[in-house]
Design a protein around this ligand. Structure first.
Ligand SMILES: Nc1nc2c(ncn2[C@@H]2O[C@H](COP(=O)(O)OP(=O)(O)OP(=O)(O)O)[C@@H](O)[C@H]2O)c(=O)[nH]1
Ligand SMILES: [Mg+2]
Length: 653
């Protein structure tokens, strides 16, 4: 009779367990908390004069704020020395590039100075990038000194041709500094199980102590847990690989190896996690919305059994132990859609972050150039005994739905906000045009966004360039665009004017909508407990590799046996023990694998690959032949046989 003589030829690919010592294990909590989700808003009820005027511009100095902070309700501010009003500061914007980006939002007709002071000096700001009629509005980003995002490892094209920076271009080729970190790809690996141990009890006056090898410990699982302090996936920029620790090996005296700690991967609320290269209809692994919510992503391996576990009435001194099971490993794609009550949207530089910093304790970066905000900022506003979470998303541009600017990298965040606060830059040459362009972008990205309640905050009314046009813009918004008059607010985020009324209106709309229902968008698995799938060893397939053309008909061939059960069994077999080899032979026989190979015409000298291990097929299945091939394998690997003349016991030669 033919059998597969388990003479291992080699380990195919990477094999072997990594078992780490207990001393090297640690509580594996990754990521660092960010203080962006502030607990309390600095707003007190009352009129706007009660607001801290920490970013109040005056005629000679206003504009970009370096840092502001609150201390026991008192607000301290430090603004950079020489600043100009946003309108004039725009002329002194850092470089050409910001003007070019801005110019996209300004392609509509300019605001007519209805007798007031002239609007921003358009010629200076926008002339360099004025798009030709049939030309794409932005064709190039030219930012000296910035390094460029080179794409993920699997991105093929390395060339950074900035001319591709146009709507619809597949790669947006944004500088790394300008990417919005709401998608990430990370590698997860559950810890390997610890190996089982072969040991026998040896004690004075205990003649036949029997087997006492303990089982290995379980490898750590990998979990994703919502950390309310996170608001972006930028933590995954610095760390991509997450490996849980392995279980500890079993030891003599029936000592079981310790289980490894689970690994926690903190993610922001609103993260969807999918297997890399998942099928269209495959449910995501997790969709996590609530703080503390967790989902299992990678399962750690089981510990291998020690020889005590193999003791039976017939074999009371087994010399066999298993290796620990390998932990699950996978690459996953993370996508973030922040969860907030109200989303603050608008063109770049409109004052969105300034508004967030005034109504909440959040401290977003504020500066007088577009795309200051690269990740959505969250802030909590507590007013009139109710709490509202605001999200300030990066500025939108015309063409954003096609990926221009920061594109839909962040448009998705708006989807989970229940109300939108549309900040209109009053100093813009064409505020109504901006308003229309942004709404069009939202609609093109997702038609449902059009139906979200929207409040308009006409900002920077403290500047004459804006304030003088307020009535005119309101008129246009209400009569031409049909925006309800009670949904338009003249505000100055810098001075706090009109801000309380705006927040109250937002609260009113939210109250009308009723309590927030966190709805899961996907049918994610969100597994909260380790459920091991039952796999059958007799569920396998056999395939033969084609011989190269012109090979002799007697040339050795390679057969592949594939099946989760048998592959796992081969991986957990500890080839150092002859009994383990014999057990493997038996399983091949009873599972029908030998039969299937014979049916495919396997013959002496052919290779059989199971999982990561390669065997040589031998027609001689006698115990002696198996033993000889095992001894040869041990020699080849340089492994010394353990035990004494009496051990392994006599029926093993
Ligand atoms: N005078 C005045 N300046 C303001 C007001 N609101 C914002 N600014 C200034 O406008 C500039 C842009 O403000 P940001 O809050 O960074 O604007 P943003 O919309 O968040 O910009 P991005 O994040 O780049 O899209 C800063 O210099 C602010 O100080 C306002 O009400 N009045
Ligand atoms: Mg901002």
């Amino acid at each position: 009779m033919h059998t597969l003589n388990a003479q291992r030829l080699a380990n195919v690919g990477q094999a072997g367990n990594v078992a780490t010592s207990a001393s090297s294990r640690r509580t594996a909590v990754l990521g660092r908390p960010s203080p962006l989700l502030g607990p309390l808003a600095p707003l007190s009820s009352g009129d706007s004069s009660s607001l801290p005027h920490h970013i109040l511009p005056n005629s000679s100095s206003a504009g970009s704020i370096n840092s502001t902070h609150f201390s026991r309700g008192v607000c301290c501010a430090s603004s950079s020395g020489t600043q100009s009003t946003p309108a004039t500061a725009a002329t002194a914007a850092p470089g050409d590039w910001s003007k070019r980006l801005l110019s996209v939002a300004k392609t509509k007709g300019k605001k007519q100075p209805g007798g007031g002071s002239s609007p921003t000096p358009d010629a200076d700001i926008f002339s360099p990038a004025k798009p030709a009629a049939n030309k794409k509005p932005v064709s190039k980003l030219d930012i000296p000194g910035l390094s460029y995002y080179e794409g993920r490892p699997d991105d093929e094209d390395e060339d950074m041709d900035l001319d591709d920076m146009e709507p619809g271009s597949e790669k947006k080729r944004l500088p790394a500094e300008m990417r919005c970190f709401d998608t990430a790809r990370i590698y997860l690996k559950g810890g390997d199980g610890g190996n089982g141990c072969v040991a026998f009890r040896r004690e004075k006056f205990v003649e036949h102590g029997g087997p006492s090898g303990g089982n290995g410990g379980r490898g750590g699982n990998v979990w994703a847990v919502v950390d309310p302090n996170l608001n972006s996936l930028s933590v995954f920029r610095g760390q991509v690989h997450f490996r849980a620790e392995g279980g500890v090996n079993g030891q003599g005296s029936n000592c079981e190896g310790a289980d490894a700690e689970d690994l926690i991967v903190p993610v922001p609320a609103g993260t969807i996690i999918r297997r890399k290269d998942a099928e269209e209809d495959e449910p995501p692994l997790a969709e996590l919305l609530k703080p503390g919510e967790k989902a299992l992503l990678a399962v750690g391996g089981r510990g291998g059994r020690g020889n005590f576990s193999f003791k039976t009435s017939r074999d009371r001194a087994p010399t066999i132990a298993e290796k620990g099971e390998k932990g699950e490993e996978l690459w996953v794609d993370l996508e973030l859609k922040v969860v907030a009550d109200a989303g603050i949207i608008g063109v770049p530089n409109a004052g969105k972050s300034t508004l967030l910093s005034v109504i909440t304790a959040a401290r977003p970066k504020i500066a007088n150039y577009p795309f200051t905000t690269l990740v959505p900022n969250l802030g909590v506003c507590e007013m009139d005994y109710s709490t509202t979470v605001f999200a300030d998303v990066p500025g939108l541009l015309e063409g954003a739905h096609e990926g221009l600017g920061l594109g839909h990298e962040f448009l998705r965040h708006v989807q989970r906000c229940r109300v939108l606060v549309h900040v209109v830059d009053g100093t813009s040459p064409d505020p109504v045009g901006d308003f229309n362009a942004i709404n069009l972008e939202l609609e093109l990205f997702n038609p449902d966004l059009k139906d979200k309640p929207q409040l308009v905050a006409y900002n920077k009314v403290d500047i004459p360039d804006s304030g003088d046009f307020w009535e005119m813009v309101r008129e246009q918004l209400t009569t031409e665009l049909g925006v309800p008059a009670d949904r338009i607010f003249p505000i100055s985020a810098a001075t706090g004017q009109g801000v309380i009324e705006l927040v109250r209106a937002v609260r009113g709309v939210l109250d009308e909508l009723g309590p927030q229902q966190l709805t899961y968008e996907t049918n994610a698995l969100n597994q909260t407990a380790v459920q091991r799938r039952e796999v059958r060893i007799d569920d396998f397939t056999v395939a033969m590799e084609d011989l190269p053309p012109g090979s002799a008909s007697t040339a050795p061939r390679v057969f592949y046996v594939e099946g989760e059960g048998i592959e796992r069994f081969a991986q957990m077999t500890n080839w150092d023990y002859y009994e383990a080899v014999k057990r493997f032979q038996r399983v091949l026989e009873v599972s029908g694998i030998n039969g299937a190979l014979k049916a495919r015409g396997v013959r002496q000298g052919d290779s059989v690959v199971i999982g990561e291990t390669e065997f040589s097929w031998s027609d001689d299945q006698s115990d002696g032949a198996v033993y000889d091939s095992w001894v040869k394998d041990m020699k080849d690997r340089g492994v010394n046989r353990q035990g004494s003349a009496r051990w392994p016991h006599p029926d093993v030669r």
